[in-house]
Design a protein around this ligand. Structure first.
Ligand SMILES: Cc1cc2nc3c(=O)[nH]c(=O)nc-3n(C[C@H](O)[C@H](O)[C@H](O)COP(=O)(O)O)c2cc1C
Length: 359
């Protein structure tokens, strides 16, 4: 599709044109990327969140901040959860407000795994990960103890793996109860699912580690459990190949791993695959090459994220590398981003203070 003008003054129809996603219709191809906001009250969504998401409903699709499917997946009490009735009730206020304003919303299910600390989690929670390998990073500086680093997590036994998979599935059913349009599985950015995919954090020598096939097992088991519960056409997944965030490291099998993952996901007919581009990374060419291969074998929708502006978004859509483009930081201080992009109104810079203080 070209980018000729139309009667409404909308001169870039492809970015603002409707698109189907599974059983739903999105009114444009701009996705609001998931962004942690730390506004929940003891993991329960608040009215500030109802207002915040409602104000951004003109996006084609909102993907919520990372939301834990389990007590063990939390990395703070201000991180929302989706594993009990109070969560369902709180999120339902959010989804209703977004729907009232004509928008669509998926919840991102995110299990932090080793990227947390016992003092940030409920007392009965467990700090779980594929292997006993700590994230090598400082968390904070404590007056008494000095530098506090991420602790060594508990390696998951088979019962932990089984129960975590079930928690994801149960949470996805709660998402539908809370009237979300679907769910996004967070398999990116070094959190639990990525910890299984990546050799830096997965040192297992059983069926859940080692070969590409084994490292994919956990993510695919979660995908299958969720699809069995709510249907594949309501399910998307987010990946970040070649990212080094949260201690992830590229390895010689990385391209093969993501190609195999995309092929397995294609067989399962998910609603979408959401890929984060690491634009400033030395491996950008590798990412672009991988993306082309994924595009060729994945027949459902592809969302691309990573430092997009209006021009680069339109370029990716027109060159058919993606079907939808996710914007993150631009949404922070521009709830009316769609309008601003449409009419080339200058954007406000992200104001993180405002963002974290609930305005
Ligand atoms: C404040 C903030 C919080 C974020 N939280 C999440 C998150 O919860 N889940 C996730 O997948 N990505 C998260 N991201 C990454 C964004 O979704 C997005 O991929 C990234 O900001 C790049 O897009 P942008 O250049 O348009 O901002 C976060 C980014 C920011 C700036």
């Amino acid at each position: 599709m070209g980018s000729g003008a139309d009667m409404s003054g909308n001169n870039d129809p492809i970015l603002f044109s409707p698109v189907g996603l599974g059983p739903i219709e999105l009114r444009n191809r701009v996705v609001m990327a998931p962004m942690t906001r730390s506004q929940a009250d003891l993991t329960v969504p608040t009215d500030a969140m109802v207002r915040y998401y409602g104000a951004r409903a003109s996006a084609g699709l909102i993907i919520t901040e990372g939301t834990s499917p389990s007590i063990n997946g939390l990395s703070d009490s201000t991180m929302p959860g989706l594993f009990d009735e109070a969560h369902v009730e709180g999120w339902n206020k959010v989804t209703r407000n977004v729907h009232r304003n004509g928008g669509r919303i998926f919840v991102q299910l995110m299990h932090s795994g080793r990227v947390s600390h016992p003092t940030l989690m409920p007392e009965t929670a467990k700090l779980l990960a594929p292997s006993a390998v700590a994230l090598d990073k400082m968390l904070w500086v404590d007056e008494d103890d000095g530098e506090v680093s991420y602790p060594i997590p508990q390696p998951m036994n088979f019962a932990d793996i089984e129960s975590t998979i079930e928690e994801f599935a149960a949470s996805s059913a709660m998402a539908i109860e809370a009237e979300f349009d679907g769910i996004e599985i967070h398999a990116a950015n070094g959190y639990l699912i990525d910890q299984f995919l990546n050799l830096a954090s997965n040192k297992r020598i059983d069926n859940w580690g080692g070969s590409v096939e084994n490292r994919l097992r956990f993510s695919l088991a979660i995908v299958d459990a969720i699809c069995g519960r709510i249907g594949a056409d309501r399910v998307g997944i987010r990946i970040s190949p070649f990212s080094t965030y949260n201690g992830m490291l590229p390895d010689h099998e990385m391209e093969q791993l993501y190609i195999q993952l995309a092929s397995e996901l294609n067989d399962r007919r998910l609603a979408y695959l959401h890929v984060i581009l690491q634009r400033n990374h030395v491996d950008l060419n590798l990412q672009v090459r991988l993306l082309a291969k994924i595009r060729a074998l994945f027949s459902s929708k592809i969302i691309l994220a990573g430092s997009f502006d209006k021009i680069s978004a339109i370029q990716e859509l027109e060159s058919k590398n993606a079907d939808l483009i996710a914007f993150g930081r631009p949404f922070i201080s521009n709830p009316d981003l769609i309008e601003k992009l449409k009419f080339d109104i200058p954007l406000r810079e992200p104001d993180y203070d405002e963002y974290l203080n609930g305005i």
